[in-house]
Design a protein around this ligand. Structure first.
Ligand code: FMN
Length: 457
């Protein structure tokens, strides 16, 4: 019985995820595990075709694929994303037919669900049957209860693939978007230099729709666009997870991305992400761009800036990716103005959408609109708050910022709230008081709200 293990940690075997996997491996001596450090060695997979053929050969001989990966920026690291792109280029669906897949992640539980959604659907696209994975917190291996859950998780995976239990598919095949956006000659609106609009993209000569979308958006917007094409600048590699940046925001790399994060983005009033969908996510180039923004740790880098997404590809069919756009913009405290894709029937409709997006962006900028954040931000920020408080020695830059901004808003530190809660608890033990309280509670809940409305006359 053989399983191919695809390790997505840029740290290879010196990794939290890899150690969680080793725990499973040691309990399952009857299985032959063949491991590949696909993220750490992404450059050789990129350049040496025999390397990827070795992986393919291993998968051919295996009953299952075991993805093991840390969560990076809402999903898998950019290097693993690139490996997945290579897999799709090199293989056909037959290779994976009849095989099973599962996943082990380690993380601080910040959007690890989205990483699983992605791997789940990618596994199905590759033709495999996916069995629910294990999303560990990075210290789970140190806890007896979680160790037992890890054992149970893998036993169940073995049960499913050994007895060939068919799994309900959860994704549907993506329908390719065939629309080609032809840009007619049109005049540009008059330009003002008052605001800076930065476009981040990685379009290539083949991405005609995306290129034309940027062009048309630029013509309709009254501010000039500064376009940064990630394919045309020096990028030394994906984030290595070395956390050198944790202490004072310095990166091991010295390339053009640093200048973008430290100089260009802070000066921009709005960011336009002009991106294309590839294998149920954006390109690995864009993912590496997201990952490397970890130079700013867990602090919102572009707080208050306006954000537009121009997307070429099957965005509306990929719920996980749409959600990620929303979550990412909330967590970074950016004002998401519009998300437009080229899933239209004709160029006139595309023109109209782009014009509307440009006008919306102008409106947001000129009226200083702040978009409200909800669950994605609030839940995510609580995870960050607790994590940074615990890890304040390593993530000193985050800790200093969190203290200054007042992010350490732990409820149990508010003595008045605790006192009122406790007092109410004691009073409500009495049946008579409780029944009086319940009679009045609904009115009580809106007492202050009513005063606000009354003031309006
Ligand atoms: C660049 C970067 C991005 C990260 N993004 C996330 C994230 O979005 N969600 C999360 O829960 N943890 C995130 N983490 C934490 C890692 O997932 C966690 O430390 C993991 O256990 C590392 O595993 P490894 O040692 O196997 O690479 C991130 C870490 C780094 C370095």
């Amino acid at each position: 019985m053989k399983i191919t293990v695809l390790n997505g940690s840029p740290k290879g075997k010196v990794s939290v995820t890899y150690n969680h996997y080793l725990f499973i491996k040691k309990q399952n001596k009857d299985i032959e595990f063949e491991e590949f450090d696909v993220a750490q060695q992404i450059n050789s997979y990129e350049n040496i075709s025999e390397k990827i053929e070795e992986v393919i050969d291993s998968i051919k001989k295996s009953q299952a694929v075991f993805w093991i990966t840390p969560v990076y920026h809402f999903t898998v690291p950019g290097q693993l994303k690139r490996f997945i792109e290579l897999l799709f280029e090199y293989t056909d669906a037959d290779l994976f037919k009849g095989k099973y897949a599962t996943l082990l992640t380690t993380s601080i539980h910040f959007y690890d669900n989205m990483a699983e959604n992605y791997i789940w659907e990618i596994s199905e696209d590759l033709g495999m049957q996916y069995v629910k994975g294990f999303l560990a917190e990075m210290h789970d291996l140190l806890k007896t209860k979680e160790q037992n859950m890890l054992i149970q998780f893998f036993n169940n995976f073995k049960r499913v693939f050994l007895t060939d239990i068919s799994q309900t598919k959860r994704s549907v095949k993506l329908i390719k978007n065939k629309f080609r956006y032809d840009l007619e000659k049109s005049v540009s609106v008059a330009k003002s230099k008052a605001k800076k609009i930065l476009v981040i993209t990685d379009y290539t000569a083949k991405d005609i729709n995306l290129k034309n979308m940027i062009n048309k958006f630029g013509r309709e917007l009254k501010y000039d666009l500064e376009i940064i094409n990630l394919n045309e600048i020096k990028i030394q590699g994906g984030c290595l997870g070395c956390i050198k940046c944790g202490f004072a925001g310095e990166c091991v790399y010295n390339d053009d991305l640093i200048d973008i994060y430290k100089n260009k983005m802070p000066k921009a009033d709005a960011i336009v992400m002009a991106v294309k969908v590839k294998d149920r996510y954006f390109t690995s180039g864009i993912k590496i761009f997201y990952d490397r923004s970890f130079i700013n740790g867990h602090r919102p880098m572009n707080q208050g800036k306006h954000l537009v997404y121009l997307v070429s590809g099957e965005l509306s069919q990929i719920v996980n990716l749409r959600e990620e756009i929303q979550a990412r913009s909330e967590v970074s405290k950016m004002n998401l103005v519009d998300v437009i894709s080229d899933e239209v029937d004709n160029s006139a409709e595309m023109n109209e959408r782009l014009k509307n997006a440009a006008k919306s962006l102008e409106y947001f900028i000129e009226n200083n609109i702040t978009v409200q954040s909800a669950f994605y931000y609030i839940s995510g920020q609580k995870i960050f708050r607790d994590f940074i408080y615990r890890s304040r020695g390593i993530f000193k830059a985050d800790h200093d910022y969190y203290k200054k901004i007042g992010y350490y808003d732990f409820a149990n530190r508010n003595k008045l709230t605790a006192f009122i809660g406790n007092l109410l608890g004691i009073l409500l033990i009495n049946k008579k008081i409780r029944s009086e309280f319940l009679k009045r509670v609904r009115e009580g809940m809106i007492m202050k709200h009513k005063k606000v409305i009354e003031k309006l006359g």
